[in-house]
Design a protein around this ligand. Structure first.
Ligand SMILES: [Zn+2]
Length: 355
C-alpha cells in the first residue's frame, strides 16, 4: 500500500499491522457467522426449563443447578468476543491516526486496548474460573485491572507470564518480559506508560515523566522529537500486536473448532509475514522457511493442501508458488474463477486430499 502522510520506511509495517488487525477482527466475523456465542442447554424436565426462563441471572441459575461448566464456557465466549470487539475499535483508530501523523492521538488510543483489554483477555486465558468468580461475586474494584490495589505489578506479571505459556509464540514475543515492560513498567524509558501519560495530560508530575519547567507535554515538541515518537510507534507495535493475536488465538481455538492443519497454516503465514518486517530478527530467515514446511509434511503423507475460494467455493491447490504469494501479498487469485480474494483473515477451510 502507498500512504499519503506516512514516511515510506513505515509502509510495510503499517501494512503488516493492518493485516494482523484484520485477522483478529475476522475472529469476530467468524463468531457471528457460526453463532459461537450461543449454547444449548438440555434440561432434565419442564420445570427446570421454566425455572431457567424466569431466572434473573442465567449464570447464577446455571451455577446453582449443575451447569457450571456451560456457564463458564458461555462466559469465556461472551467476554472474549466483547473485549475483542472493543479492542479492535480502538486499535483501528490508533493505526489510522498513526498513518495520518496524529501521533499523540495514536498513542492515547492504544492505552485501553493494549493495557486493559488485553490484560482481561490474558486473565481469561490464564484463569477463567478466577475471572468468572471475581466478576460474578465480588465488587467491581476487585476486577478493575486499572486498580493498583488489586492488580499490582507482580500480579499482572504473573498473569501475563502464565497466559503466554498457553499460546504458541507468546513466550518468545515476551522474552525478557519485554511485552510486560512496554505495557506496565512506568519506570523504564522504553515503556509506553510514560508516553500514554504524557500524551493524555499536558502536565505530568510523576518523577518518572516529569514535565520540564516552561513546557507542556507534546505541545512545543519540535519535528525531530515528533518523528522519534512516530518511529517508536512503528518499532514497538509489530511485537505488541503480534503478541495480542497470540492471546486472541489461544482463546479463539478454545471456543471454536480449528483443525491442527488450519492452526499450522495460519501460524506459518503470519510468522513468515512477521519475519519480513523484522529483518533484524536473528531467526527471520529461518521463520520464513518454516512456512514452507507444511508442504514437506503434506508430501510425506502423500497429500495436497487446498484452500477454499471466497467467491466460487472451489478448492484451490496450495503449491509453493501460491504459498509464496500468500506470504508476500494480501490477496491471491483463485485458479478456478480467477477472482482475487483476500487472505487478511483467520483462514479456515484448509483441506487435505490424497495426491
Ligand atoms: Zn474462486
Amino acid at each position: 500500500m502507498e500512504y499519503n502522510f506516512l514516511h515510506k520506511k513505515h509502509w510495510e509495517t503499517q501494512d503488516y499491522l493492518l493485516y494482523i488487525y484484520d485477522v483478529i477482527a475476522d475472529m469476530l466475523r467468524k463468531a457471528d457467522q457460526n453463532n459461537l456465542s450461543s449454547f444449548t442447554l438440555n434440561f432434565d424436565n419442564e420445570e427446570a426449563a421454566r425455572s431457567f426462563e424466569s431466572a434473573e441471572d442465567m449464570f447464577e441459575w446455571m451455577d446453582r443447578n449443575g451447569y457450571h461448566e456451560t456457564s463458564i464456557k458461555m462466559f469465556v465466549s461472551q467476554v472474549f468476543f466483547s473485549l475483542v470487539k472493543d479492542y479492535c475499535y480502538y486499535l483501528y483508530e490508533s493505526l489510522s491516526c498513526a498513518q495520518r501523523g496524529k501521533v499523540t492521538v495514536a498513542y492515547s488510543l492504544l492505552r485501553k486496548p493494549i493495557r486493559d483489554n488485553l490484560l482481561y483477555l490474558e486473565w481469561l486465558l490464564d484463569n477463567c474460573e478466577e475471572f468468572y468468580n471475581t466478576f460474578m461475586t465480588r465488587s467491581v474494584e476487585e476486577y478493575d485491572v486499572a486498580s493498583f490495589k488489586n492488580f499490582d505489578k507482580s500480579r499482572i506479571r504473573k498473569i501475563v507470564n502464565s497466559a503466554c505459556k498457553k499460546t504458541y509464540m507468546g513466550e518468545t514475543l515476551n522474552k525478557d518480559n519485554i511485552v510486560f515492560t512496554l505495557r506496565f513498567n512506568n519506570k523504564e524509558q522504553i515503556g509506553l506508560q510514560r508516553i500514554w501519560n504524557q500524551s493524555m495530560h499536558l502536565i505530568t508530575t510523576s518523577p518518572n515523566y516529569l514535565t520540564e519547567r516552561g513546557n507542556l507535554n507534546f505541545i512545543f515538541t519540535d519535528n525531530e522529537n515528533w518523528n522519534e515518537y512516530w518511529d517508536y510507534y512503528y518499532l514497538v507495535m509489530p511485537q505488541l500486536i503480534t503478541y495480542s493475536l497470540e492471546i486472541c488465538e489461544a482463546l479463539f481455538i478454545s471456543i471454536t473448532d480449528v483443525t491442527e492443519l488450519e492452526l499450522l497454516f495460519n501460524r506459518s503465514v503470519r510468522y513468515a509475514k512477521y519475519s519480513k518486517i523484522s529483518p533484524d530478527l536473528d531467526s527471520a530467515k529461518k521463520i520464513e522457511k518454516e512456512a514452507y514446511k507444511i508442504f514437506d509434511l503434506a508430501e510425506e503423507k502423500g497429500t495436497n493442501i487446498f484452500l477454499t475460494c471466497d467467491y466460487c467455493n472451489q478448492r484451490v491447490l496450495i503449491n509453493h508458488e501460491l504459498m509464496n504469494e500468500i506470504i508476500h501479498n494480501w490477496s491471491i487469485k483463485c485458479t478456478e474463477c480467477l477472482e482475487e480474494f483476500s487472505i487478511c483473515k483467520y483462514i479456515l477451510g484448509i483441506d487435505v486430499a490424497k495426491s
